[in-house]
Design a binder for this molecule. Structure first.
Ligand SMILES: C[C@@H]1N[C@@H](C#Cc2ccccc2)[C@H](O)[C@@H]1O
Length: 441
């Protein structure tokens, strides 16, 4: 093992109340909202297919031109309470919002740069409106913060000279001041979601990433930090050079999920996957016909998949420049919310059940319960759900979650193997079966 000054500060899962709440939340809404929402992926009449929040670089727009979008930011259709009500109905328990994305524009009136909401026609502290509206709905709020900052002249992609080093040190001080400002002025913030930390300049300053983690936890005790902030003494990210997870949960799953077999080791630490509805659009893009757009059922399966492996699922919304939510996103929120209203108990406060993945879908288990939840996406034509159980586990009774009075036949067909007999019919949404089991211990 290497002696590290800036590596992991502890091993194993945090078990304090704040982290237990973060874990039990399971389902979150990601919001990417900034100046990039105004052009929405289109510049001088040309549609750019790459991620809309990267339009500045895709269309080779100068910083001066891009930054002048600030004077156009005036979301007339913005209503924080409507956003929060939609999120509540979708069934999310937390929301993570881009306080500052790579463009460097701040949704809050930062003392450390004029490139912020107070210098837009909107003027008001829009971040506070959003935080207050979501908290009023009982939804925890987390802050996304991009260390990468295209606006700030002291930002450096790498450190290749003394001048680079002096300028970047100014930048790191600026960023730490902004983060302290966010943690101080928005006291209900529960977590910080760092991004834009992949460049050599940050990897060469692992000390700063630990200093920021410690500062935030000092200003806001209990606050949760994602692994994506962290680099160690040797520039190793997410996990330190000894293989230990840094920060409080792994945040490397972006637009992908861990494999239920090959990546089963993720069940031993906290993690979160973040997901776009199109293939790769985080900020608002005017034209979603340029890629596959995931259906509500595809996204719902990803949420169940994440829960079944002990992880959180953060589903992204990209509000328009006028503050409205596009109809596709509203439809997804409604469809997922309708299912969560009936079946949320197999997601909230649920975790990896300890059984191996089966073809018909996913197991989840509520913390401390001896009930197994089976969430079925692929009903066999036979109607027979094959269940392999660990040695010593006995399946006793089963019923659909929504009809506890009607037993489902549980047939033991071999040692540690059962068949559950599902009625053969057309199912149009994921079915949930609750199984009473005895662990024989
Ligand atoms: C959470 C997601 N991370 C951001 C990114 C990125 C990216 C994409 C390609 C190469 C390097 C970095 C996206 O803009 C979004 O904020």
């Amino acid at each position: 093992r290497l002696e590290l000054k800036y590596g992991a500060q502890y091993t194993g899962k945090r078990t304090d109340a704040a982290m237990n709440k973060w874990r039990s939340n399971r389902f979150g809404q990601f919001i990417h909202w900034g100046l990039y929402a105004i052009p929405g992926g289109v510049w001088n009449g040309k549609t750019y297919n790459y991620a809309a929040e990267f339009l500045k670089s895709s269309a080779h727009i100068s910083t001066a031109t891009w930054d002048s979008l600030m004077y156009k930011f005036n979301p007339k259709k913005f209503n924080a309470k409507e956003w929060a009500k939609m999120a509540k109905k979708m069934g999310v328990k937390y929301m993570t919002i881009t306080t500052k994305h790579h463009e460097g524009f701040c949704l809050w009136p930062s003392r450390y740069t004029d490139f912020n909401i107070s210098n837009t026609p909107y003027k008001k502290d829009i971040l506070k409106e959003i935080v207050d509206a979501y908290n009023a709905e009982g939804i925890d709020v987390n802050f996304y913060y991009s260390v990468l900052d295209w606006h700030n002249p002291d930002w450096r992609y790498d450190i290749k000279s003394k001048e680079d080093s002096i300028a970047f040190r100014r930048y790191l001080d600026f960023a730490e001041n902004q983060l302290k400002e966010l943690a101080t002025n928005y006291p209900t913030v529960k977590a910080f979601w760092f991004d834009g930390t992949w460049d050599a300049s940050v990897k060469k300053n692992g000390w700063w990433t630990l200093e920021v983690e410690k500062m935030l936890k000092s200003v806001r005790p209990g606050v949760i930090i994602n692994s994506r902030l962290r680099a160690d003494d040797y520039g190793s990210r997410h996990k330190d050079s000894n293989g230990e997870l840094m920060g409080d949960y792994e945040s490397g799953y972006e637009r992908r999920l861990p494999d239920p077999v090959k990546d089963i080791k993720v069940t031993s630490w906290d993690w979160e996957a973040c997901m776009t509805i199109p293939e790769n659009q985080w900020g608002y893009h005017q034209d979603w016909s340029i890629s596959h757009v995931k259906s509500p059922l595809e996204l719902l399966e990803m949420l169940v998949h994440a829960t079944s492996m002990g992880g959180n699922f953060l589903l992204n919304f990209g509000p328009k420049g006028d503050g409205s939510i596009r109809s596709e996103e509203q439809n997804i929120a409604k469809t997922i919310g309708d299912w969560m209203a009936v079946n949320g108990q197999v997601i909230y406060n649920c975790d990896y059940a300890g059984l191996k993945k089966q073809d018909w879908g996913y197991f989840t288990r509520e913390k401390g319960s001896n009930q197994l939840n089976m969430v079925i996406f692929n009903v066999p034509v036979s109607g027979l759900l094959h269940v392999d159980v660990p040695k010593g586990m006995i399946l006793k009774k089963a019923h659909f979650l929504t009809t506890p009075g009607q037993q489902i036949k549980v047939e033991e067909i071999a040692k540690n193997q059962y068949l559950l007999h599902m009625p053969i019919k057309l199912y149009t949404s994921p079915q949930v079966i609750v199984v009473e089991c005895d662990n024989g211990k």
